[in-house]
Design a protein. Sequence first.
Length: 310
Amino acid sequence: MTMAAAAAAPGTARSERLAIQLMIAQAVLFSAETVAIHYLGSGVPVMQLALVRGLGGLLLAVGLARHLGLAVLRTRQLALQLLRGFVSLFYLWVMIFSFSRLPFADATAISYTQAAYIVGFSVLILGEAVAWSRWAAAAIGIAGALLIAKPAFADWHSAYLVALLGTSLNGLAFVLNRYLQRQDSEATTLLYTNLVAALGSAPVLVTVGLPPPQVFSWLPCLLLFGPVGMYVGIVAVKHAPAAMLAPYTLLRLLIALVGGAVVFREAPDALSAVGALLIVASCALSRAAAPRFTGVVQPFRGIARRVVRG
């Protein structure tokens, strides 16, 4: 199946609605996970947290693949599956590092630049139709995220650069999820991604040992919320173009605003309210954008073969 056919197949309103619902679920799950990571802070090594999350993902993949048996390991895209795994592992390290070392607002704001990376990689790797309105949607959404997060960036240091560049890895992983599903199941991608994460982080058991006691109270967040959030994201991108879903990765901020209002009775200020409206508008604009072409681009062959206009 060509990538053009794969892109056209899920292009129905029903598929897109399902993808949006899954992205909302992912936002809730990832919000819970990032709160846990920030709470644990710098007292727990990055690789130790990554190992726990990777093991949780492996358990989930095995559970989802019970009907497949060993067939879940079969892939004709092994190199790409491993690449996807390493990309996810490196981003996981970056995410845990940034949320444990940077002010929460700053780390949050930087993490949401992934929307722009997703749109860019959708053109370069997938050859997706990305109209200018979808680029605008990503920009509007990021602006809304900045209004909500209100980053200070007061004490700029190397950790900020690591977080900014590392966020591109999350955008790349998101796009590779769609590319890999030409031939492999969601469970296969989830399995290889978390296998690489677990193996890549396993040396921490030798260098550091078992996690400290405070980690175990947060195990449900690390073992469940992150891996399930990853899985629903993999499924979502199967049902809608990656570029269309890019602004929906910003929904975590809306979840945080709603959670603050409901749980802590903290009414959002005017800037946060405007930011929330911008994110909602960016999602609506991205979904309404009409594609102009569906070219086929092999991964990492350089530049997309067509110039996207719209």
